[in-house]
Design a binder for this molecule. Structure first.
Ligand code: ASP
Length: 591
């Protein structure tokens, strides 16, 4: 139907007669001349109609925003005074000769041609209109480049793109499953995959050697801003590899993406152990753009006459850290400090102790703080430990390690944002040597990565060393966000059983749930490992979008619903009967 995209026209097309198809972005009537800004996915171009072309002019007069038109006209230079350097087509325009109205449009629920502060609900309900906005199309164009580049990269490295089932059994990644009732097996359910984890391992047992997939994953979690119930991973797995091999491929792909799509060249990525990350940043995904570090000070506080510090200093499950904010003493007002105290409260911290360093030359007298009197004997050693200088403020977190880590880790990030402390735009790193297990409050054990990750101990010593064992797992972190993670997997059935035992999964349960994997491990499973990148988060960071919803074409809301299709929805009684399902209590349809 068309000869060109609207947004592709340039000065080189001057003099040509072109046919364009697209939407009316904006219509302006300038005393006898009608301007239509025509939009398609490539961009916007101005089309002018003057009364000489009577028929076209009359139609142009009738069209409204978002009408769908076919226009033929001649490209010409714009008058100097009206050139628009803000858009790529801004130096030319099309003199319209013919118009065909391909379709009319109701007044859109919100304007596409300007930034309108409409609620996200309205945008999601009419997502097809929202996606017309040039900045949205731009993000999806970018996302498509990311996937195609990743595919190209992996294809070149000999990976096979294999699809794995969506209707399957539970794959434990630590979230709740989405279940699908089976009609042919009444009372039984499929689970949607939380990841292709087990299938990709089975492909390695099958000898496929290198697998990848742009895979949809489903996790029924309570949603946070950067989570969606269905999301996309670039998922890969390799045989006869160690950590270096998998990280090498993943890092190569990551660096290629940034180089080719962002013009950013990274040096080989830094590696940090989980223990160091927790010690210095209280996070397993440290944001290294912020040049602040936590310093452990429990050893100094053992004998201070101040319970708030002395108790956690002696508690093996406690932690006591200092966070020095250079020049913060000069910058922060009392009410700001109060705000930060409230902020750490969100994470369960009972308070936020601080010391302002006014003048070190005066000794303790040069320190200003409500707590300094309690810790006088060690106050100067403490200042030395954290490297304090005049003008600084030092914050303290004390209590159970988890609360201290959560609250002080978050405070560090918040200070970084509030005081604009970022030293670089991009800070990628690998975090390695994760613990194999974490202990829950009830004494139960959970796998830090997932139960198929290989611990760094031989199977013979596993029982004795499992509490402190680290895992052959690695995460790629960018700007404080976990972009991807993976591990070398267990390929020895004895080790798999030992890990299941530790997780409280009985032989019976293991056989019932993962019998197929345990069988496969006995039929010649090669050493293997892999990793998955969260595509949505990656694209969100690369495009600077505020939310992953902005890089997913049809995302769900915070309550895991689709406002446009009204999913999830009711089903009729017949369908339920066929599935052998009777609802206990019929929920009234919402609003
Ligand atoms: N299956 C893991 C995940 O979805 C990734 C991996 O271990 O390869 O997080």
């Amino acid at each position: 139907m068309r000869t060109h995209y609207c947004g592709d026209l340039r000065e080189q097309h001057i003099g040509e007669t072109v046919t364009l198809c697209g939407w009316v972005h904006r219509r302006r009537d300038h005393g006898g001349v009608i301007f239509l800004d025509m939009r398609d996915r490539a961009g916007i171009v101005q089309v002018v109609f003057d009364p000489d072309t009577q028929e076209a002019f009359a139609l142009a007069d009738k069209v409204r925003s978002e009408y769908v038109l076919k226009i033929t006209g001649r490209v010409r230079m714009r008058d100097e005074a009206v050139r628009n350097s803000k858009i790529p087509t801004g130096s030319i325009e099309v003199l319209g000769k013919q118009i065909e109205i391909l379709n009319q449009a109701d007044t859109p629920p919100f304007p596409v041609d300007e930034y309108a502060n409409v609620g996200e609900e309205v945008r999601l309900r009419h997502r097809y209109v929202d996606l017309r906005r040039p900045e949205m199309i731009e993000r999806f164009r970018f996302r498509s480049k990311v996937t195609s580049l990743m595919r190209r990269y992996l294809d070149e490295q000999g990976f096979l793109d294999v699809e794995t089932p969506i209707l399957t059994r539970a794959t434990p990644e630590g979230a709740r499953d989405y279940l699908v009732p089976s009609r042919t097996h009444p009372g039984q359910f499929f689970a949607l995959p939380q990841s292709p984890q087990l299938f990709k391992q089975l492909l390695m047992v099958a000898g496929f050697d290198r697998y990848y997939q742009v895979a949809k994953c489903f996790r029924d979690e309570d949603l946070r801003a950067d989570r969606q119930p269905e999301f996309t991973q670039i998922d890969l797995e390799m045989s006869f590899v160690n950590e270096e091999d998998v990280m090498g491929v993943a890092e190569g792909m990551f660096r290629t993406l940034f180089k080719e799509l962002m013009g950013v060249e990274f040096a080989p990525l830094q590696r940090m152990t989980y223990a160091d990350a927790m010690r210095d940043y209280a996070s397993d995904k440290p944001d290294l753009r912020i040049p602040l570090k936590l310093v452990d000070v429990a050893d100094l506080m053992q004998n201070v006459d101040f319970k708030v510090f002395a108790e956690p200093a002696k508690d093996p499950k406690g932690r006591l850290v200092a966070l020095r904010l250079p020049k913060g003493g000069e910058q922060l007002s009392r009410s700001q400090i109060d705000d930060y105290t409230k902020f750490v409260g969100i994470y369960g911290a009972k308070g936020l102790a601080w010391i302002k360093v006014n003048d070190l030359a005066q000794g303790v007298a040069g320190l200003q703080s409500p707590i300094v009197k309690f810790i006088e004997p060690i106050a100067l050693d403490l200042m030395k430990r954290v490297g304090a200088e005049n003008g600084d403020i030092v914050f303290f977190g004390a209590g159970k390690a988890k609360i201290v880590n959560d609250s002080m880790g978050a405070l560090r990030i918040k200070l970084g944002h509030d005081l604009k402390l970022f030293t670089q735009q991009w800070a990628p790193l690998w975090v390695v040597d994760f613990p194999m297990f974490e202990e829950g409050d009830d004494g139960s054990w959970a796998a830090c990565h997932h139960p198929f990750t290989q611990p760094k101990v031989p199977v013979e010593q596993f029982a004795a060393q499992k509490a402190t064992a680290t895992a052959r797992a690695y995460d790629l972190v960018l700007n404080g966000t976990e972009l991807g993670g993976g591990s070398i997997r267990i390929h020895d059935p004895r080790m798999q059983k030992a890990v299941f035992d530790t997780l409280g999964i009985s032989d019976e349960e293991a056989q019932e749930k993962f019998g197929f994997l345990l069988d496969a491990l006995r039929f010649g499973a090669p050493p293997h490992g892999g990793l998955a990148f969260g595509l949505d988060r990656l694209v969100m960071l690369m495009t600077g979008a505020d939310s992953i919803r902005d890089v997913i074409a049809f995302p769900k809301t915070q309550t895991a619903a689709c406002l446009m299709t009204a999913a999830p929805g009711d089903v009729d009684a017949k369908q339920l009967r066929e599935l052998g399902i009777r609802l206990r209590e019929k929920e009234q349809p919402k609003g």
